[in-house]
Ligand binder design. Structure first.
Ligand SMILES: *[C@@H]1O[C@H](CO)[C@@H](O)[C@H](O)[C@H]1NC(C)=O
Ligand SMILES: *[C@@H]1O[C@H](CO)[C@@H](O)[C@H](O)[C@H]1NC(C)=O
Ligand SMILES: *[C@@H]1O[C@H](CO)[C@@H](O)[C@H](O)[C@H]1NC(C)=O
Ligand SMILES: *[C@@H]1O[C@H](CO)[C@@H](O)[C@H](O)[C@H]1NC(C)=O
Ligand SMILES: *[C@@H]1O[C@H](CO)[C@@H](O)[C@H](O)[C@H]1NC(C)=O
Ligand SMILES: *[C@@H]1O[C@H](CO)[C@@H](O)[C@H](O)[C@H]1NC(C)=O
Ligand SMILES: *[C@@H]1O[C@H](CO)[C@@H](O)[C@H](O)[C@H]1NC(C)=O
Length: 603
């Protein structure tokens, strides 16, 4: 019985494939049905039903009806369109969608490029003799070629088919542009249909990496011939990101994230052209960074002596990221979110019972911050352990109660004519001045805008995070740059937010186009670490981070999650094939394991 059922489904697949051209990314093996757990799909009936039939019976009936896009089971009501985002309260209802047109996985590229044209030739690629050619002398580029070869050609084959393309010519106009915000990431990629060399041109190595990433996604393996093909040649792709700053936040305080784990995350980010790691290095729970100037911070403030980073560990991560075109922006959150500092340096905290925000009333606090920042930045723009020209100083969720309750601090506030809010402003101002003195532009969470508005230095970048806040609108109007990472939308620790919801966010809502283009730098997904360590970080980040990645890279008009669905699923399967633990795309709650047997694309 089970065998018969599988045969029926396979027959449907074969029909779909015969009706369409050969596609990239596993299309020959796409299942024709996709099941969405607990979606009751209350609208868009085709007016027919398959009540009483088995699931397989409904599949046959639906496949035969051109108006049917799927059906609910057990109700057996046939549906016209994908309404998978509607989650039912009934645990027994599931939606089965008919994947009629597998060519919707087109182009087989994630995130969607700015512009492309393709043809219809199935171009063979010589996986055994393929060359990466360049006249640009760059060790970074040569290292990238070694990394990309196994991504281009994950299956061993000795096939060297006639008419195949045998290499890519890579031209980089300036290979010494430093990796900083606004570095040019554009590229053009041209794949001729006649077997000549593929050509990739970019202004920087970072653009070249993105072009190679795109090319790696175009190449697919034909399991029948056991050779590589690029479907849809000739290709002409002209691509560049919409926003220059596309980040994921990782949090190494709520849980320690080992160096190898962070490197694996960075590798996976490059697959979706994410270009920044926002490293929320320390917080109230633990202080894992061994500051050479103040070693007691981590000596006493880490979870354990093994859960710490040496300077060399951090340098290793930053260099690993740099080689892949990924910036690392460090966040040192003060004056709140800093209780872990008190274990090693109680003198900078209000009291043993009331530890944060850090004590504003003594220069010891600011001297320590200056020493720590110097350890991190080397004291000059573009240099040091974190050479990025941006530094995040947090500044969020400051509750000044401990200041008012401390006799010395409240006396100090009185002597200086400061309210608690004024003391908060003083703290932020002094801390920002230290970072700017080391050549850094400062990022702060949106509370600093609430409290200080246009008295903030014009170079300050406001990081929006509160739901429904109009900060990004107000701050850009006043000429400030912003980043966008709304809680409830782009917080990856929000496990019930679906990828479709993440996908359909728009950071520039309500913002004039020219301010959007110049002052909205981008933003990203926040992987807060309360419930995340090495055991589950990848499947919590992926695949939803891919939805954010496309929003930040692709043109604003690319906004429909329904249209992106097949490409999204294919990309998550690509992540799995590359060994990334991306969770199923259907899950009502992020990072759950697949619920039952099934193909990658349908889960
Ligand atoms: C649907 O998801 C719920 C919640 O994760 C789970 O308890 C249930 O077993 C799933 N149902 C099926 C049919 O997979
Ligand atoms: C691009 O490829 C798609 C999918 O194979 C195909 O339907 C389309 O006709 C191609 N475009 C051109 C202009 O050939
Ligand atoms: C390459 O970029 C660097 C850094 O931006 C710049 O100093 C140099 O002049 C550029 N070289 C060329 C040939 O444009
Ligand atoms: C591809 O480029 C390499 C290096 O420039 C060259 O040796 C080779 O002849 C080219 N192949 C074709 C088919 O043009
Ligand atoms: C504290 O630091 C400030 C700013 O550097 C300086 O003006 C002030 O004199 C210092 N206070 C003491 C007591 O050293
Ligand atoms: C920060 O300090 C500068 C002088 O150093 C002052 O002009 C500015 O008003 C201060 N801003 C706030 C928010 O206190
Ligand atoms: C943004 O500006 C509007 C209009 O001035 C104001 O009503 C609103 O409170 C501001 N929002 C924030 C979060 O500052």
């Amino acid at each position: 019985m089970v065998r018969l059922v599988q045969w029926v489904v396979a027959a449907v697949v074969a029909v779909s494939v015969a009706a369409t051209a050969v596609q990239g990314d596993g299309a020959l093996h796409d299942p024709a049905w996709r099941r969405v757990n607990q979606s009751d799909c209350p609208y868009d009936d085709t007016g027919d039903s398959c009540t009483g039939a088995t699931v397989e019976g409904c599949k046959v009936k639906c496949a035969a009806d051109p108006a049917c896009g799927g059906f609910n089971y057990p109700h057996g009501i046939m549906k016209k369109t994908d309404c998978s985002a509607h989650i039912s309260t009934s645990p027994t209802v599931d939606l089965y969608l008919l994947v009629k047109d597998i060519s919707v996985n087109w182009p087989p590229i994630w995130p969607m490029p700015k512009s492309y044209t393709n043809g219809t030739t199935n171009l063979k690629v010589d996986g055994s003799k393929f060359g990466f050619f360049t006249t640009t002398p760059s060790a970074d580029l040569t290292a990238a070629f070694s990394r990309f070869r196994p991504l281009f050609f994950p299956h061993r084959t000795s096939a060297s088919p006639a008419g195949a393309t045998r290499g890519v010519d890579v031209t980089v106009h300036n290979s010494s542009v430093p990796l900083q915000l606004y570095a040019d990431e554009s590229y053009t990629l041209s794949v001729p249909a006649d077997g000549g060399n593929i050509s990739l041109t970019a202004n920087t190595v970072y653009g070249a990496y993105h072009g190679l990433q795109t090319l790696s996604q175009l190449i697919s393996f034909d399991f029948t011939q056991q050779e590589y093909v690029i479907p849809g040649a000739p290709w002409k792709i002209s691509d560049a990101p919409r926003f220059p700053h596309r980040e994921v936040l990782i949090d190494s305080s709520r849980h320690f994230e080992p160096v190898e784990t962070i490197k694996d995350v960075i590798t996976s980010l490059t697959y979706a052209k994410i270009n920044t790691v926002h490293w929320h290095l320390v917080d109230s729970q633990s202080f894992p960074f061994i500051s050479p100037t103040y070693p007691d911070l981590a000596g006493k403030g880490s979870y354990s002596l093994q859960e710490r980073y040496t300077v060399d560990d951090v340098a290793d991560v930053v260099e690993f990221a740099r080689q892949r075109g990924v910036r690392v922006v460090v966040e040192i959150d003060t004056p709140g979110h800093a209780a872990s500092w008190c274990a090693g340096h109680p003198e900078i905290c209000p009291s043993a019972q009331c530890q944060e925000p850090l004590n504003p009333a003594t220069n010891t606090t600011f001297n320590l911050i200056a020493g720590l920042f110097k350890d991190l930045t080397g004291g000059a723009r573009g240099s040091g352990l974190f050479p990025d020209n941006l530094m995040h100083l947090g500044g969020d969720e400051v509750n000044t109660k401990c200041w008012s309750e401390s006799p010395t601090i409240s006396k100090w506030m009185q002597d200086h004519g400061l309210t608690p809010d004024g003391a908060y402003a003083y703290f932020v101002n002094r801390t920002q001045a230290i970072a700017r003195g080391y050549g850094r532009d400062v990022i702060g969470w949106e509370e600093i805008w609430d409290h200080f508005g246009t008295s903030l230095d014009k170079s300050t970048i406001i990081h929006q995070w509160l739901p429904k806040s109009s900060i990004a609108i107000n701050a850009t109007k006043a000429g400030y740059r912003v980043l966008w990472s709304t809680d409830g939308a782009w917080y990856l620790d929000g496990l019930s937010v679906t990828w479709q919801e993440m996908y359909e966010q728009e950071p520039c809502t309500g913002i004039d186009d020219h301010l959007c283009d110049t002052l909205v730098l981008g933003g990203g997904g926040c992987m807060w670490g309360e419930t995340v360590d090495t055991s589950d970080i990848q499947q919590t980040i992926w695949p939803r981070m891919a939805a954010i990645a496309e929003r930040l890279w692709s043109p604003r008009s690319v906004i429909s999650a329904a249209q992106a669905d097949a490409r999204f699923r294919s990309f998550r399967c690509l992540l799995n094939r590359r060994g990334i633990a991306a969770a199923p795309a259907n899950n009502p709650t992020a990072r759950e394991a697949p619920p039952h047997p099934g193909g990658c694309l349908e889960q």
